[in-house]
Ligand binder design. Structure first.
Ligand code: CS2
Length: 475
């Protein structure tokens, strides 16, 4: 007998939020907090999800009334939960006007985003809008946008023309001071298109910063079959996630309008920055370290890499000796305890988070995850050989050939440029120098300071391989 299909059990909520980038992460994090906030305190906070490119998510969710299952994977237990906070899904590429209208709906008070680092169309090294980005160049001259900043500016323009209040634009991406970055790219783009609009957004708009955390690997076809075995129902778009979650939100919304996320366990604070730095450098930084070194050492997942004592020791060393000393802890938080908890989360064998997935888009991730710590460490007169090795491992990875001579499928908006830079020289010193000249990633002063230590680390990687390099790195 074919399994029953997942379907909505309760009427769809009225829209109050438009979310750009309806990937697995948001559906396993923000959408769950919002469902719980509404269950606790009410409010019209249905979520209109927007896929910027592909119709896949809409096609999977529409026959289910936009309900889906979140499957929590603990080391010992699996807990499925139906989630019904999404009330509609739009596909921007198919109907950009419908997306703008949804964002200009008077009932919508928040537009949130998980569009990944590259979706901000900014220079990762500075956080400023890249006006030469093809999507930005397009959006400056066309009424129907293609980029996330373009949608925000055009929708705010529409709201202003209709005499509506702006929405709060809330980034939920892993960027440092993500609210400030989003505000910066939106204002810069608006200023180039309509200076009065930019003034209005600057005065009336709000861009609350957030720190988001939950490990959510991409859903794989076998996960759908697994969920069906556990629940007896067929869900075309479930999400798999770890038990842990955290959400720290800067409590600064237009007219104070937001769901009661605090009732669902989110922390609403005045300053998110210390939480963002802690999470980006301690979690995402070591995630990237395990992704590049782990991939080169032949490990498929983070849990596999953490099962390799050499890499687990290396990561513990990075936290203790290089990352924590450069951080200011958020009030009341022990960074040592945070590291211990991270190690346990990484080791969760039920979460199959591929090193290849995390290795993606490294050019957009390295600055806030690794280079921020490196810069501050060097400024303080200390060195950080472990992080230099991570930079070298990224360079080796984007060179596109693994330690056994097999090709690596490098996914990165700068993949072609990085490959060309790596191929421009035959030897480690030449490759490192060429890659350090990529100004979107490495500011000139930092690049100069990295030449010697990263070249040495790269040479060790080539001569001895990632595992031995990591082992020697902690001595
Ligand atoms: C990961 C993050 O893919 C990646 O780059 O480091 O998605 C990470 O799993 C989340 O930020 C955890 O909150």
């Amino acid at each position: 007998m074919p399994a029953k299909r997942m379907t909505r059990q309760n009427p769809a909520p009225k829209p109050g939020i438009v979310h750009l980038g309806l990937g697995a992460f948001f559906r396993a994090h923000g959408a769950i907090y919002t469902a719980q906030a509404v269950a606790a305190s009410g409010g019209d906070w249905g979520i209109v999800g927007v896929s910027l490119q592909s119709p896949r998510m809409r096609d999977a969710l529409a026959p289910q009334g936009f309900a889906y299952t979140a499957l929590e994977l603990g080391p010992e237990r699996e807990t499925p939960r139906p989630i019904e906070s999404v009330c509609d899904v739009l596909v921007a590429r198919e109907d950009p006007q419908a997306v703008l209208e949804a964002m200009a709906d008077p009932g919508v008070r928040i537009v949130s985003l998980t569009v990944t680092e590259k979706g901000y169309c900014h220079a990762p090294a500075t956080g400023a809008l890249d006006p030469d980005h093809p999507d930005i160049a397009h959006d400056m001259t066309h009424p129907l946008p293609v980029s996330a900043p373009g949608y925000l500016v055009r929708a705010l323009q529409l709201r202003r023309a209709r005499g509506l209040r702006p929405f709060s634009a809330m980034s939920s991406d892993n960027l440092p001071e993500n609210g400030r970055v989003l505000r910066g790219v939106v204002l810069d783009l608006a200023r180039r298109m309509d200076p009065d609009l930019a003034d209005w957004i600057a005065a009336e708009g709000r861009f609350p910063a957030t720190m988001v955390d939950r490990i959510v690997p991409a859903t794989k076809p076998e996960d759908i079959a697994r969920l069906e075995r556990i629940t007896g129902w067929h869900d075309a778009a479930p999400v798999m996630h770890e038990p842990f979650r955290q959400w720290v939100i800067e409590d600064d919304f237009v007219d104070g309008a937001r769901p009661d996320w605090g009732a669902a366990g989110a922390e609403l604070v005045a300053d998110v920055t210390p939480f963002e730095h802690m999470k980006l450098r301690m979690l995402n930084g070591t995630h990237s370290a395990l992704a590049y070194l782990g991939y080169l050492a032949g490990h498929e997942t983070i849990a596999d890499a953490m099962g390799d004592a050499v890499l687990a020791d290396f990561v513990n060393y990075l936290w203790r000796a290089e990352i924590i000393p450069a951080l200011t802890p958020p009030p009341g938080v022990s960074l040592t305890d945070y590291a211990t908890a991270l190690a346990a989360r990484y080791a969760n064998p039920a979460i199959r988070h591929r090193t290849w997935q995390i290795a993606m888009d490294g050019s957009q991730k390295l600055p806030q995850r690794i280079l921020a710590t490196v810069t501050e460490t060097l400024q303080a007169g200390r060195d950080c050989p472990g992080l230099m090795l991570v930079i070298a491992a990224w360079m080796r990875y984007v060179g596109g050939v693994d330690e056994a001579g097999r090709p690596i499928e490098v996914k990165d908006p700068l993949a072609a440029e990085l490959r060309a830079l790596s191929d421009s020289a035959p030897d480690p010193a030449g490759k490192v120098a060429a890659l350090l000249s990529q100004r979107a990633v490495f500011p000139a002063a930092l690049a100069a300071a990295l030449v010697n230590p990263v070249t040495a680390a790269y040479q060790t990687l080539v001569a001895k391989g990632a595992r031995v390099a990591a082992q020697e790195g902690v001595q």
